[in-house]
Write a protein that binds this ligand. Structure first.
Ligand SMILES: [Zn+2]
Ligand SMILES: [Zn+2]
Length: 169
């Protein structure tokens, strides 16, 4: 029994932290970044030529927090696994959000099918309207189907057509 727990507890802590981070990322994106934190996030919703965005500071905040947890795990071991889960989520988010959707890497790859296409379209939907208000799809790893999001977007902004251009499914 002891040996099962030895593996089970770390696995649960990591999986739980990753799941919690998706929830927290969704919540904070809607209520902080599109709320009082818009000052940093705005840069992510505007076209620009610069390599970095003020919005990247949020990634720095998360990285500092995860690092602090790794350090604090010297005193309380379980924190190490929680910090690992947060880091895994950050890496996945970075590859999918900054790489796949926003093409911040030097090649272009647009997923044409399956889960990655769904994630791609859902986040394009987040960027389908200008400004801070009336946006949909604040989460990331769990992505709602594009058709459902388009409907939500239309409900939030009646009378305004929602175009996704070439990304129409
Ligand atoms: Zn946003
Ligand atoms: Zn984005």
């Amino acid at each position: 029994m002891d040996s099962i727990l030895h593996y089970l507890i770390p696995i649960l802590l990591v999986v739980g932290s990753v799941a919690f981070m998706e929830w927290f990322a969704t919540w904070s994106h809607e209520h902080i970044m599109h709320g009082w934190g818009w000052g940093w996030h705005k840069s992510h919703h505007e076209a620009h030529e610069a390599v970095l965005e003020k919005n990247d500071l949020y990634a720095v905040v998360f990285a500092v927090f995860a690092t602090a947890l790794f350090v604090a795990s010297t005193w309380w071991r379980p924190l190490w696994w929680i910090a690992l889960g947060i880091t895994i989520y950050g890496v996945v988010y970075f590859f999918m959000h900054d790489g796949l959707v926003h093409q911040r890497w030097p090649f272009k790859y647009v997923p044409r099918k399956g889960y990655l296409k769904r994630v791609y379209q859902a986040h394009r939907m987040h960027h389908a309207v200008d400004g801070r208000d009336g946006c949909v799809s604040f989460g990331f790893v769990y992505a709602e189907p594009a058709a459902k999001l388009r409907k939500k977007l239309q409900d939030k902004r009646p009378g305004r057509p929602v175009s996704m251009g070439e990304d129409q499914e």
